[in-house]
Each structure stands twice: as structure tokens, then as C-alpha cells.
Ligand binder design. Structure first.
Ligand code: HEM
Length: 426
């Protein structure tokens, strides 16, 4: 008898084979596809040298989402299997049947354990990068509440790797067994799980269909809900540039102050993330500047930044900025720069002073150009800091594996002269 006879559901023994229900087929092929994509992607992102950052980083983020999907779908599939028992195997030698059942059991074990160990890995890794569901900014899948450490990260990575590649062995046995049935035994076993064949099948129960859809939705929403909790429970930021009381008055100098045109001025920063320099924006800040190129000894500048207004062109970093390993905005709503030593550097200038972030005050040098025309000043400048000196991202990525350690701050200021008397008035 030829395999083609399987279309009619008869095998060598002449008995009619039954097919899986459509729900089981859908779960089977969807999860199989995801696992194959996961294996290829996992291998590629970890071992294919030709793939550079940021490609690796992007793959890793999708890998985490697909892996969580495998976990949710597998839990739903297990329920489905209990509610809609699979059809009997075609008759086969007892040993072969036992082999098929063991492989099937191990598949289920790995479909749970591999995503769980991946989740464990990202939860204990010292590099703490959020798992954003489908990489959507703010849609955070929670990490397991475990202590992170190098040792735990290594262990989790090893277990995840070993179990992941265990899938390859099972795939080999599973596909090999199925092919043997079709090619050698002429039993159309595979037709049982492929849609389109006209084998008899039991209908799945409508109640189980509703329950399983509900289960998938509830598990997803539960995870995502828990992922939002830390943000919702964090003490509200008291940030606000309204708290600008710290801006000092400049009426202790005889020099002219400057009125900043905030709409035309830009304060921003650049830092390397995952192999590319990306930009950060500082939306709310206030500056008070007293400057005249002919009286540098009296020049003075103070800038107060609303730490809560800082964002970055990558959702993974931007989401971490307000947190305690970021700028800890709730406890330190403002960043402050005071510059009080100005020196000429040929055509340009250097200002020296103090930058205070999270109560840590360190020296900072700012290089800038200054052009003035008819009372309008155009100033461009930059400064560099090492984020680790201000305890930024030291817990999350202290070695600069993804996030560069040097942050370049850039500014463009447009300002117009204002007499000292005017600038002293409220
Ligand atoms: C069916 C699901 C999954 C499969 C088949 C799978 C497979 C793999 C594979 C083959 C690797 C490469 C191992 C290597 O050669 O070093 C890998 C690495 C990785 N996987 Fe998964 N994975 C799955 C789910 C997950 C999940 C759910 C997460 C996290 C939420 C995750 C996180 C990771 C991470 C972070 C790595 C990098 C390993 C390291 O840094 O050592 N995986 N995975």
C-alpha cells in the first residue's frame, strides 16, 4: 500500500486513522514554527560573528517576545490536550510507541522549560534590559523577582543553552519517526496533523475553545499587568522645572545677562547604544547666563534641567532613565550645572564648573563657540561625562556592553542681551 492511500485514512493494517482536531493542529504548527525561528535566531544572535550590533540586539528582543509566546501557547496547548484528547496512534511495535510517547512528553517539558530558563536568564542577568512585548515601548513583560548576579546569569545561560539545543535532538527523532511511518511503513501518520486531509476527526468542544482563548488573553494581560506594576507603584516624580528656585540672581555682577530663546535653543545628548550613537532629548531646562567675551572673569552660567523631561531615542534606555539605576527622578528631580571659570581657547572658549546629578557633584568642562550679532548671541558647545561616575546604569550595564559609558552633551543657545537691571527683576 502506498503512502498516498493515507488521503483516505487507511494504513497497511486496513484500519482508518483519525486526525487531530483543528485546534491541536494550529497549536502544533504555530509552536513548531516559533521554536524553529527561536533556534535559528538564538544561534544567529549568539554565534554568527557576521551579525553586528545593533542587529544582534534587535534579534535578542524579538527572541524574548517569541519565547514568552511559546510559554503562553504551550500552557494553553496543555489545557487543550486535556480537554480534547488526541486520537490514537496508528498501530506500531510497543517499543516504537513508547519512543514516540517519550519524545512527545519531552517536547512538552522543553516547551515549558526552555522559555522558563530564558525568562530566568534575563531576570538574573547583571545586564538588566527590559523585555518589551513585541518591542513596544512601555509594554513591559516583568522579570522574575530574583536576585541578579554574574554567577546566576552564567548558570541560567548554560541551562537555557543546553535545553534549547535539546530541541534539535527531539526534532530529529520526531521528524525521523514520522518519515519512517510514511516512507517505510506506508502509514500516513503525518496526515493526522496536516490540515486538508479527509481523515475522520473529533470536533473540539466549544467550551474548551472559549476557555483556551480566554486563557491566552488572561495570561498575556496578567504578565503585562505585572510588568507595569513597578512603574505604577514608583513614587510620583516631584520633578518639574517649576522648582526653579535654585536659579541664582545675577545682580551681583555688572555684566549683561542673556535672555534665552528656549524655542530656538537645543539641549541634547548622544550616547552609544547597541553599536550606534543615538540621541537623547532634554525637553525642560532653564538657564541663567552672564557672559561677555571682554570680561570672562565675571562670566557665570547656571543650568537647571528637569530630570523627568529627559528621553532617549531607544525605548529600552528611555524606559530605564527615570528608575533608580537611571537618574532616579523621584528622588533627584533636577540636574544642575554651574559654570564659573571661563577661559579663551583661540577662537573658542572653555567653561569649567560643577555638574550635579543624583547628589553627586563633579567637575565638568564645557567647550563652546560664541558669536554675537546686533545683541543676538549664537552659542554652540559640548561636554562629555562618564555616566558611571554619576551612578547611572552601573547596576544595569556597568561595563558598557550595550550602553556606552561616555555621554556627549550638546547645546545650541540662542539668546539676546538684557541689561543686568532688567534680568534682576522677577
Ligand atoms: C522556545 C523558546 C526558546 C528557544 C527555542 C530558545 C533558544 C535559544 C537559543 C538556541 C539560544 C542560543 C544559545 C547559544 O548558542 O548561546 C538562546 C539564547 C538566549 N535566549 Fe532563548 N530560547 C527560547 C526562549 C527564550 C526566552 C523566553 C527568553 C527570555 C525571555 C530567552 C532569552 C535568551 C537569551 C537572553 C539568550 C542569550 C543567552 C546568553 O546570553 O547566554 N530565550 N535561546
Amino acid at each position: 500500500m502506498q503512502a498516498s492511500k493515507g488521503k483516505h485514512g487507511q494504513h497497511a493494517a486496513g484500519e482508518v486513522l483519525s486526525a487531530y482536531d483543528y485546534g491541536a493542529m494550529l497549536f502544533h504548527w504555530l509552536i513548531a514554527l516559533l521554536i524553529i525561528v527561536q533556534l535559528v535566531m538564538g544561534y544567529a544572535m549568539q554565534r554568527v560573528e557576521a551579525i553586528a550590533e545593533p542587529g544582534r540586539f534587535v534579534m535578542m528582543q524579538w527572541h524574548k517576545t517569541f519565547g514568552i509566546l511559546v510559554l503562553i501557547l504551550t500552557l494553553a496547548r496543555i489545557f487543550w490536550r486535556f480537554a480534547n484528547p488526541p486520537p490514537e496512534h496508528a498501530p506500531m511495535p510497543a517499543l516504537e510507541l513508547m519512543g514516540a510517547r517519550i519524545v512527545s512528553f519531552l517536547f512538552y517539558a522543553l516547551m515549558l522549560l526552555v522559555p522558563l530558563t530564558g525568562w530566568w536568564l534575563v531576570s538574573v542577568s547583571p545586564i538588566d534590559i527590559a523585555t518589551l512585548f513585541f518591542t513596544i515601548p512601555g509594554l513591559e513583560w516583568p522579570h522574575l523577582p530574583l536576585e541578579s548576579s554574574e554567577a546566576a546569569g552564567h548558570l541560567a545561560s548554560l541551562v537555557h543553552r543546553l535545553l534549547s539545543y535539546g530541541f534539535l535532538l527531539l526534532l530529529f527523532l520526531h521528524v525521523g519517526g514520522a518519515l519512517k511511518h510514511v516512507v517505510i511503513d506506508h502509514i500516513p501518520e503525518m496526515a493526522r496533523i496536516v490540515p486538508g486531509y479527509q481523515l475522520p476527526r473529533k470536533a473540539s468542544s466549544p467550551a474548551s475553545r472559549r476557555f483556551v482563548w480566554g486563557m491566552i488573553v488572561v495570561l498575556t494581560l496578567l504578565g503585562l499587568g505585572l510588568g507595569q506594576l513597578p512603574r505604577l507603584l514608583a513614587p510620583a516624580s516631584t520633578a518639574g522645572i517649576e522648582q526653579k528656585t535654585e536659579l541664582q540672581s545675577s545682580n551681583d555682577t555688572a555684566l549683561d545677562g542673556w535672555v534665552i530663546d528656549y524655542d530656538a535653543s537645543i539641549l541634547s545628548f548622544g550616547v552609544d547604544f547597541s553599536g550606534a550613537v543615538k540621541q537623547g532629548q532634554i525637553a525642560a531646562w532653564q538657564a541663567q547666563i552672564v557672559f561677555d567675551p571682554d570680561a570672562l572673569d565675571q562670566a557665570y552660567a547656571q543650568v537647571v534641567v528637569d530630570a523627568g523631561s529627559i528621553t532617549y531615542d531607544d525605548p529600552y534606555v528611555s524606559g530605564a532613565i527615570p528608575g533608580d539605576d537611571g537618574l532616579d527622578v523621584a528622588n533627584h528631580p533636577q540636574i544642575k550645572v554651574v559654570l564659573d571659570q571661563f577661559t579663551p581657547q583661540g577662537e573658542t572658549y572653555q567653561a569649567r564648573g560643577t555638574l550635579t546629578i543624583k547628589d553627586i557633584s563633579l567637575d565638568v568642562d564645557v567647550d563652546f563657540t560664541y558669536q554675537e550679532m546686533e545683541g543676538q548671541a549664537h552659542v554652540t558647545g559640548q561636554a562629555q561625562i562618564d555616566r558611571r561616575h554619576f551612578n547611572i546604569g552601573t547596576k544595569t550595564d556597568g561595563n558598557g556592553r550595550y550602553l556606552g559609558t561616555t555621554v556627549q552633551i550638546d547645546f545650541v543657545l540662542m539668546a539676546s542681551r538684557q541689561s543686568a537691571r532688567q534680568s534682576a527683576s522677577p
